[in-house]
Ligand binder design. Structure first.
Ligand code: SF4
Ligand code: SF4
Length: 82
């Protein structure tokens, strides 16, 4: 999947509300699987220890979480190509 050299960056404003987890299309797709287990699924974003963490291996940098975060804790940045 094309990532268009963008990535999601987290700030320390996160309150751990979990909205980003629930709006992420990757997470939503995984949640439809019969054997879905929230703890072990390769979610693109999840709350751990009270703060959201992005999994760069599965995140497609769509920006849904960025737009949905109530405290603007997430931002999408363009990464310089290697
Ligand atoms: S940018 Fe990544 S973590 Fe955020 S909603 Fe899209 S796929 Fe999920
Ligand atoms: S990043 Fe935003 S939407 Fe996600 S848990 Fe933190 S405060 Fe909530």
């Amino acid at each position: 999947m094309v990532k268009e050299n963008k990535k999601i960056v987290q700030s320390d404003k996160c309150t751990g509300c979990g909205i980003c987890d629930s709006v992420c299309p990757i997470n939503t797709k995984l949640a439809k699987k019969d054997d879905f287990d929230h703890d072990t699924a390769k979610l693109a974003i999840r709350v751990r220890n009270g703060s959201a963490m992005v999994n760069e291996d599965t995140c497609i940098a769509c920006g849904s979480c960025v737009r949905s975060c109530p405290v603007e804790s997430l931002s999408i940045v363009v990464v310089a190509e290697a």
